[in-house]
Write a protein that binds this ligand. Structure first.
Ligand SMILES: [Zn+2]
Ligand SMILES: [Zn+2]
Length: 250
């Protein structure tokens, strides 16, 4: 059977739909092993290959490091450009089956993967956030044009998984995406930060003093996107903003 990741996008969607019909209980990542819908159709082998983020990591942005580091370490990026969020954390590395799952979810509306994200992500986030008071979750907004193309915003759906576990609302009515940023992967960190900061704005008249928010996205890479959203919330008066993403690209 061909590896689904080698297929072009439209074929891949059709391929997965067909596989789902032919083998309803097959892992949708490796297409080899048995998997149950209650496990997000991700088999035990694919789950075992997910790499959790472990310390040591930058105290601010959560960037993991090799080797032993003392407590209170902040990475050079966070020294150069102090983020608007207090801390950013992710559950797993954006590699292998975690990366494939996010890709499938985001570009092919693979909602059936949500039990998998709930398992690998939500308990860690709840462990980190559960003892504090939060006013709600702010999913990183997609530009309306892109949301129409994609037919959903993955950050918003992931935010709902976490919001229901924490019993807090998901607020997509605070920050708007005023510009669709082009693909960011080829840009330097500074270019990316500059580009992305222009892309988000508060809704007219937003004033949210003494509030605390969790910004949610699927993947954090340089952190410039989530930082831009945090900056909007802070400039509208938010007392604290933290970031939680499923995966961390390094
Ligand atoms: Zn599998
Ligand atoms: Zn850092």
């Amino acid at each position: 059977m061909p590896s689904p990741s080698r297929l072009r996008a439209p074929f891949r969607t059709a391929f997965h739909a067909l596989i789902g019909l032919l083998y309803p209980e097959r892992c949708q990542l490796c297409l080899a092993n048995h998997a149950r819908p209650t496990d997000g159709l991700v088999c035990a082998d694919c789950r075992a290959s997910v790499i959790p983020i472990r310390p040591p990591a930058c105290e601010r942005c959560g960037l993991p490091f090799q080797g032993a580091l003392t407590n209170g370490f902040t990475c050079p990026n966070c020294h150069d450009l102090v983020p608007a969020y207090t801390r950013a954390r992710s559950a797993v590395h954006a590699k292998g089956s975690a990366r494939d799952a996010i890709h499938l979810y985001k570009y092919h509306r693979a909602y059936w993967l949500e039990p998998f994200f709930s398992d690998v992500w939500v308990p860690l986030a709840v462990h980190d956030l559960g003892s504090e008071r939060w006013d709600g979750i702010v999913p990183v907004p997609l530009h309306p044009v892109r949301e129409r193309e994609r037919e959903f915003n993955q950050a918003e759906r992931l935010g709902r998984l976490l919001g229901s576990a924490l019993h807090i609302p998901v607020r997509k009515d605070l920050v708007i995406r005023s510009e669709a940023t082009s693909t960011q992967t080829r840009l330097s960190r500074d270019e990316r930060a500059r580009n992305v900061r222009r892309a988000f704005a508060p809704v007219a008249g937003l004033s949210i003093p003494n509030t605390r928010w969790i910004v949610v996205d699927d993947v954090l890479t340089t952190g410039s996107t989530t930082d831009a959203v945090a900056r909007v919330l802070r400039s509208a008066g938010a007392e604290e903003v933290v970031v939680w993403t499923v995966a961390r690209g390094v």
